[in-house]
Write a protein that binds this ligand. Structure first.
Ligand code: NAD
Ligand code: TYD
Length: 353
């Protein structure tokens, strides 16, 4: 049986990818390696955890010896690496854990793969999942392509850019077979409510203020998470070794416009009159160094491998809001305990002024 190691499989995007691959490839063993930080949640995978081709390994990617043991124990032939610290605001509050996990953790995993595979790199692949934020901020129009120079602006994007560089260095130096993809903002079920969309849906439900950073005119390109998982699966199987692929939704939204759509759909689904939650919008102090605009050109992925997003945004956002409203137990579980402390630290003084 072919063994594929997915790191960060208990997180948001990782859980969608694990679900897709466990169901689509019963002949392949999918090993989910995750440290289960605040962002990792095994209940995201309840529907596939019992399947015979699924395994879970609780481990820290920074623990090199443990990574070596896992490669030895499972004869891994492919890695899809998603484990990371992923939230920009947390990276501003504490950059060290971002350097540790995203840079040193990726390095430990690369080294373990290289050592395990050095006798025979044939039919092996280290696929690194990265972000469009490594390219910086598009202040004057245009799109990020695969050849846009790196220009990371936040501690999060600096750590991801650094990890991308290590992946390319291992390809160049040790001939490790690698692929990198850089994707735009994802949305959908199972996203931790520190990110804009699930946080705002939860606040609308509880009639809490919606903290819009700055004037709300920053622009993001949103992609439904299952479309990202499909792209990763396609690139993992059909992509060209050594290459980079950009993945995006061709779907740019100014934050404030997106927030207004969310309020409208959520109010309708909650049976509230139109406009009932408009007053929850609260403009707060801007994020430090807030990138103005991200926009991805994913023409290469479309032309080479035929990928396109499957969902229209209107459909995707309604599906997403409905999911969070229907899954309050999931939301209540992840917003109990430490989350309250996080929320207070991040938003307490911002919202009360
Ligand atoms: P997430 O924060 O929801 O999940 C991260 C997962 O990694 C969690 O399950 C966590 O427990 C695990 N993890 C963290 N540190 C670990 C460690 N030291 N060892 C093992 N596991 C550890 O993140 P996400 O939004 O699902 O993002 C997944 C990947 O995709 C990240 O690499 C991120 O940079 C990238 N990405 C995310 C987006 C997005 O919009 N969310 C967009 C583009 C790229
Ligand atoms: P986020 O979901 O954190 O993703 P990223 O920073 O990686 O793009 O934020 C998306 C956008 O929403 C970003 O421009 C920051 C903004 N934002 C707010 O205005 N208020 C919030 O409380 C959060 C979390 C984000």
């Amino acid at each position: 049986m072919e063994n594929i190691l997915i790191t960060g499989g208990a997180g948001f995007i990782g859980s969608h990818l694990v679900r897709l691959m466990v169901n689509k490839y019963p002949e392949k063993r999918i090993i989910n390696l995750d440290k289960l930080t605040y962002a990792g949640n095994l209940s995201n995978l309840e529907d596939v955890a019992h399947k015979p081709n699924y395994r879970f390994e609780k481990a820290d990617i920074c623990d090199y010896e443990h990574m070596q043991q896992i490669f030895a124990a499972h004869r891994i032939s492919g890695v899809i690496h998603l484990a990371a610290e992923s939230h920009v605001d947390r990276s501003i509050a504490d950059p060290f854990i971002f350097a540790k996990t995203n840079v040193l953790g990726t390095l430990a995993l690369l080294q373990a793969a290289k050592e395990a595979w050095k006798a025979d790199m044939q039919d092996k692949l280290f696929y690194h999942v990265s972000t469009d934020e490594v390219y910086g901020s598009l202040e004057h129009g245009g799109f990020f392509t695969e050849t846009t120079p790196y220009d990371p602006q936040s501690p999060y994007s600096a750590s991801k850019a650094s990890s991308d560089h290590f992946v390319r260095a291992f390809h160049n130096t040790y001939k490790l077979p690698v692929i990198i993809s850089n994707c735009s903002n994802n949305y959908g079920p199972y996203q931790f409510p520190e990110k804009l969309i699930p946080l705002f849906i939860n606040n609308i439900r509880h009639n809490k203020p919606l903290p819009v950073y700055g004037k709300g005119d920053n622009v993001r390109d949103w992609l439904f998470v299952e479309d990202h998982a499909r792209a990763i699966d396609l690139i993992f199987h059909k992509g060209k070794t050594g290459d980079t692929y950009n993945i995006g939704g061709f779907n740019e939204w100014k934050n404030i416009d997106l927030i207004k759509v969310m309020i409208k759909v959520a109010d309708r689904l909650l049976g509230r009159p139109e406009g009932a939650s408009d007053d929850l919008i609260t403009y707060v102090a801007d994020r430090a160094g807030h990138d103005l605009r991200y926009a991805i050109d994913s023409t290469k992925l479309h032309e080479e491998l035929g990928w396109l997003p499957s969902l229209q945004f209107e459909e995707g956002i309604e599906k997403t809001i409905r999911w969070y409203l229907d899954n309050q137990t999931w939301m209540d579980n992840v917003t109990s305990g430490d989350y309250q402390k996080y929320y207070q630290q991040m938003y307490g003084t911002r919202i009360t002024g």
